[in-house]
Design a protein around this ligand. Structure first.
Ligand code: C2E
Ligand code: CA
Ligand code: CA
Length: 935
């Protein structure tokens, strides 16, 4: 039997076979019972037959005994003398000699109720001889029965002094008396008796034995058949199992002989299973015609061949290998192969079993993992900080820290792990420790990630900003097992951030907090209850703009820094200084006692800045706004109003620093401005409106003593406020840019006046018009004006444009280009308010003007006996030198006129000659003066 068969046989231990055993046992028991019964029955029959035969024999032999002879015997030794005894004895001897089976024959008598031998068949010399009258006690009572029953009997085997016997007893009846006179007995040896019976039984026993043997053979054959059937079932089952496993196995199975695939076994079944075909990408037939080295990836072949050689030479029983196969399309499949000898085949074929597992996906995953491990290690080694995993305890006991630890903290990873030298908590700056612990407690309960920035102290004592990103790792029960994350060095970012924040919150030039920070703080405080007094104090230094235009930016900045430096000295926690806008500053004052304190603080500020501004002949304004319930929540309005207060404070003609509290009258002033602005809007939309009109102030030519022209001065007749002076409405119009449209109206009206003069034969008289910077800088200004003059046929030489000198400073090249185009057609350009602005005198000659108008400020000085008078004559001289004519403004006194005449001034304008007048009155005044009719 092969191993497989033995195994299969062993496996036939099914419940069915145990039932069979029961059946067999039952049949055997029945068979044995029947056989025993049969044998016993037969034995009994033979026994009965033998008994009957013995009795019949005894009866027939008894007939040979003469009862009358017997009757003569007394049962005593004396009988030996009797003939009857001898006759009987001879009969008995003969009887025994003639009948083989009989051992003894004798006659028993009952004498004195004792069994007594009357005669026997033994020779008197024999040791077995029993003399007549011998008591036969040991056979009593077995032999007594016939005497009583009168029936012939066969005794059961019994033993007496001569041996063991079965005796047939026949009563001998007296013919006449019918009395039993004796019993005739024949003895059969028990052994012979039995032997005889046994001999008779032999055929029956033989039959039974034969039957048993037959039964056993039947059982054996049946059992063999059953076993075979079961074995074939097992084999069929195993065959099916194998087939299914072979065809459905998720791993490839291939038979290999040497380097060749076995596409078919000698029994015709496939040598490579479907999965094998699938993994290798080739059919059974295709594989049958190639060797495995053919389709092994070249890099994997040497190690494969080496293992294969060891296997072939018997050094190893099998081998396992990870290798690549090349599929027909050139793609590669990663496999895990296992090669072993194919055992248990009936004939030795030297076949190998090749198990192939496709591990391409696993390899890809492995590759990915390697890649991810690689990138993780790249990431870890390039991390600007360290990665960690720690216990969730007060020390943040580290279980793992990456190598970046050294650079970040100055401690080696080893020193930090398990708090060997220092705990991470000790590295964290004390002020952050509680906060961090609380934050971790919060994020771990909410299961959120941890993100915090804080500072640490390195081994070298250096302070570093770090950003920690981490999260808790929970176990199955939901408890925190550990914390893990990364800690990044953000010191650089922090310092950049701080710089940025500083830049965002501060003014670059002065280093003060800027406007957005001011707004932030005011907005933050806006909702705070007014338990302590709060105020904003604005400082307007916009006059310095002119300084910048005149002397350059850096000069003005130097002066500004000087001022802010002084102001900063007064900045502290309750009085923070901000740079709110260009040349404008704000103190945010908190916790002052009352207005007196504010006023005295404003005086202090004014005292600090006045000397500096004064030396530059500049003024400034300080505006104060106390924060109350009505204004505290509108920060924008608050800052606007304080700025307005500063502007109002600045309106003083004097070069000083005044203080203006923002109050209701100021609010009224603002409302007035707003109303005027609205009115100006209406007027600009309605050119026919006479609410804006012009007055004309005569200009006297000193040399000719004739009025040679007029200056057009705008007037506003407000429906709310009556006459509003140009000093009030022109700045409003300029701020709102309405001056552009209003300027057109003014030009229109001035040209109309020129036309009127022309029509009255005064074609030589000129009119100068005041022009604001924004008007002039309009791209189409000169073109429109020239067009109008040409269309109206006005002599351009009669049109003068008055520009303040600051206009030139603001955009020198552009203004000069426009001025040149206007002068090219003959128009006059006058520099108004000369001497008040900060145009560089050095550049004055470059200005393309015709005429300088000396500001009233210098003319007023002519009244004093001061040496400042000289400046006026210098200006006249300089103007002439530059080829300009010179007009003096605001001349009210003869002395002034005289001085101007003496110093060669060309023209004058002022109340001394005339106030600004209505058109007709202006013409009338001119006529009167020129015709010598002075009034
Ligand atoms: P300005 O161009 O310097 O005009 C001279 C100002 O001095 C005028 O004031 C005039 O009435 C005043 N004035 C003339 N002679 C004397 C005098 O002897 N004594 C005194 N105390 N004042 C005298 P007004 O008309 O109030 O104009 C003020 C300013 O308004 C002007 O100064 C000019 O800058 C501006 N302005 C007036 N009209 C216009 C205009 O149509 N357009 C523009 N852009 N500005 C104008
Ligand atoms: Ca003017
Ligand atoms: Ca002027």
């Amino acid at each position: 039997m092969t191993d497989n068969q033995t195994a299969a046989t062993r496996r036939i231990a099914s419940p069915a076979s145990s039932t069979h055993v029961k059946y067999i046992a039952f049949i055997l028991v029945v068979f044995i019972a029947l056989s025993t019964f049969h044998l016993l029955f037969t034995w009994k029959n033979y026994n009965q037959e033998a008994e009957q035969e013995a009795i019949i024999l005894a009866q027939s032999l008894e007939a040979m005994i003469h009862p009358e002879h017997l009757a003569e015997l007394s049962g005593s030794p004396g009988d030996m003398e009797k003939i009857e005894y001898t006759l009987i004895k001879n009969d008995l001897i003969r009887l025994v000699q003639t009948t083989n089976q009989i051992r003894f024959a004798y006659v028993l008598g009952l004498r004195d109720d004792h069994l007594t031998i009357l005669a026997d068949s033994e020779d008197p010399d024999s040791v077995d001889y029993a003399p007549p009258g011998l008591l036969y006690t040991e056979a009593d009572p077995i032999l007594r029965d016939p005497f009583q029953s009168g029936q012939s009997v066969l005794t059961p085997p019994y033993t007496d002094r001569w041996g063991s016997w079965v005796s047939a007893l026949v009563p001998v009846v007296h013919q006449d008396t019918s009395q039993i006179i004796s019993v005739f007995a024949i003895d059969f040896s028990t052994a012979e008796w039995r032997a005889h019976l046994y001999r008779q039984m032999i055929p029956d026993v033989m039959i039974v034995v034969f039957m048993f043997a037959l039964l056993m053979i039947i059982f054996y054959v049946w059992k063999q058949k059953t076993t075979l059937k079961q074995m074939s079932q097992v084999l069929a089952y195993e065959e099916a199992l194998y087939r299914n496993m072979f065809s459905q196995a998720p791993i490839g199975v291939a038979l290999v002989k040497g380097c060749h695939f076995v596409s078919q076994t000698i029994h015709g079944s496939p040598g490579i299973n479907p999965m094998g075909e699938k993994i290798l990408g080739r059919s059974n037939e295709a594989l049958g015609s190639i060797t495995w080295p053919d389709i092994t990836y070249p890099d994997d072949l040497p190690s494969n061949l080496k293992q294969f050689e060891q296997f072939e030479s018997g050094l190893v029983d099998g081998y396992t290998l990870e290798k690549r196969f090349i599929k027909p399309d050139g793609s590669i499949v990663w496999t895990d192969i296992h090669v072993s000898r194919l055992r248990g085949l009936p004939d030795e074929q030297d076949l190998h079993l090749l198990l192939i597992e496709d591990i391409t996906a696993f390899k890809k995953e492995e590759q990915k993992l390697i890649e991810s491990e690689r990138s993780k290690s790249v990431m870890l080694s390039n991390l600007p900080g360290m990665a960690y995993r720690c216990h969730y305890d007060q020390d943040w006991t580290m279980q793992f820290v990456s190598n970046g630890c050294l650079e970040l903290t100055g401690y080696h990873a080893d020193q930090l792990i398990a708090n060997r030298k220092i705990s991470y908590n000790q590295i964290i700056k004390p002020e952050y420790r509680d906060m961090l612990f609380q934050e971790w407690a919060k994020v771990t309960t909410e299961r959120k990630p941890f993100r915090k920035e804080y500072e640490i102290t390195t081994a070298a004592g250096e302070s570093k900003w770090v950003y920690e990103l981490g999260e808790a790792i929970y176990n199955d029960t939901g408890a925190v097992e550990a914390l893990a994350g990364i800690i990044l060095d953000i010191s650089d970012r922090k310092s950049a951030e701080n710089q940025l924040r500083f830049a965002a919150e501060h003014d670059l030039w002065t280093g003060l907090y800027n406007r957005s920070h001011l707004e932030l703080i005011l907005n933050r405080d806006a909702h705070l209850p007014l338990r302590e007094k709060r105020a904003v104090i604005g400082i307007n230094l916009s006059s310095m703009y002119a300084l910048s235009l005149s002397y350059g930016f850096s000069y003005s900045q130097t002066v500004l820094r000087k001022i802010t430096g002084r102001l900063s000295r007064h900045s502290h926690q309750n009085r923070i200084l901000f740079s709110s806008y260009e040349y404008r500053y704000v103190f945010y004052v908190k916790g002052y006692r009352g207005r007196d304190e504010l006023e005295s603080f404003c005086d202090t500020i004014a005292g600090e800045i006045s000397p500096i501004l004064g030396s530059e002949r500049l003024g400034g304004g300080i505006g104060v706004l106390e924060i109350d319930e009505s204004n505290r929540s509108d920060v924008e309005m608050m800052l606007k109003n304080v700025l307005l207060a500063t502007e109002i404070a600045m309106k003083s003609e004097e070069a000083d620093v005044r203080v203006q509290f923002f109050d209701l009258s100021l609010a009224e002033q603002i409302r007035r401005e707003e109303n005027i602005e609205r009115e100006l809007v209406d007027i600009s939309n309605d050119t026919a409106s006479d609410r804006l009109y012009l007055l004309f102030q005569p200009v006297l030519d000193l040399k000719k003593d004739k009025i040679c022209g007029f200056e057009a001065l705008a007037r506003l007749n407000s429906q709310y406020y009556g006459l509003v002076p140009p000093n009030e409405f022109i700045p409003i119009a300029e701020k709102s840019k309405l001056i552009i449209q209003l300027g057109d109206v003014i030009i229109f009206k001035a040209l109309q006046f020129l036309k009127k003069l022309q029509s009255q034969g005064l074609g030589h008289v000129s009119v100068s018009i005041n022009i604001s910077a924004i008007q002039l800088l309009r791209a189409d200004f000169s073109k429109n004006l020239i067009d109008k003059i040409t269309r109206w046929r006005i002599n351009p030489a009669n049109v003068g444009l008055e520009l303040t000198e600051s206009i030139f400073a603001s955009n020198y090249d552009e203004i000069n280009r426009i001025v040149r185009s206007l002068r090219e057609i003959g128009m006059k350009i006058l520099i108004d308010d000369f001497g008040t602005g900060y145009s560089s005198l050095a550049r004055e000659h470059e200005i393309y003007a015709n005429c300088l108008k000396i500001d009233k400020h210098f003319i007023d000085k002519l009244l004093d006996a001061s040496p400042d008078k000289a400046i006026t004559s210098d200006i006249i001289a300089m103007g002439h030198k530059l080829g300009h004519s010179v007009i003096a403004e605001g001349v009210e006194y003869e002395s002034q006129m005289q001085y101007l005449k003496d110093h060669g001034c060309d023209m004058i304008q002022g109340y001394l000659i005339s106030k600004p007048l209505q058109e007709d009155l202006a013409i009338e005044r001119m006529n009167q003066y020129n015709n010598g009719v002075d009034c």
